[in-house]
Design a protein around this ligand. Structure first.
Ligand code: 5GP
Ligand code: MG
Length: 175
């Protein structure tokens, strides 16, 4: 069966590339946290598909929590993000890895990092599947990046346009 592309446009990252990127990230993270109990925080909803693949490729014990924030376009210039659903578990003393689908300006992740830091985790890092090659408005550098892409709007592999196309098995540029 062909993938449900809806004839959107150009495939930027195909399924085989995604698989290889996830395997490489999982190996790197599993090595870096070999002696740790890793606590993953998925940023809903865009990270869900990536996180589901990532956790199954990790070879270390992990726990998982999610945070939900208001969608794209509503991040204010000051970088304040509204939390719609907060974490279920405290992160004090935990080795936390924030998992995001895509990093563009960096404002969202920068806000989340500032917020999480106040909760006193033992360590705090960021893994994003995609990072746009562009100026970051926030002073934010993700620790783990699956793939860098040009600064174009993309959908698929969890990423949406008006809640659609999250189920595409690859990353497409939205025309
Ligand atoms: P930021 O600019 O704060 O780094 O990115 C904010 C959010 O915008 C991301 O978490 C993601 O939800 C959304 N976003 C940014 N670029 C894209 C894109 O190319 N496609 C989609 N679907 N969402 C994007
Ligand atoms: Mg979105």
């Amino acid at each position: 069966m062909p993938p449900p592309t809806d004839g959107l446009g150009e495939v930027l990252v195909d399924q085989a590339t995604i698989r290889a990127d996830v395997a490489r990230l999982a190996a790197e993270i599993s090595t870096d946290y070999a002696d740790k109990q890793l606590h993953l925080i998925g940023v809903l909803t865009g990270s869900a598909v990536f996180l589901a693949d990532l956790v199954r490729a990790l070879t270390i014990p992990v726990t998982v929590d999610f945070i939900s924030i208001v969608p794209y376009g509503q991040v204010t210039a000051s970088g304040v993000v509204r939390i719609r659903k907060d974490l279920d578990e405290p992160i004090e003393g935990k080795d936390v890895l924030v998992v995001e689908g895509i990093c563009a300006s960096g404002l969202t992740l920068s806000y989340l990092l500032r917020n999480f830091k106040t909760r006193n985790p033992a360590s705090l890092r960021v893994c994003t599947f995609l990072a746009k090659q562009r100026e970051r408005e926030a002073d934010m550098r993700p620790d783990y990046v699956g793939r860098e892409i040009p600064d174009v709007f993309v959908v698929g592999y969890g990423l949406d346009w008006e809640e659609r196309y999250r189920n595409l098995p690859h990353i497409e540029r939205l025309k």
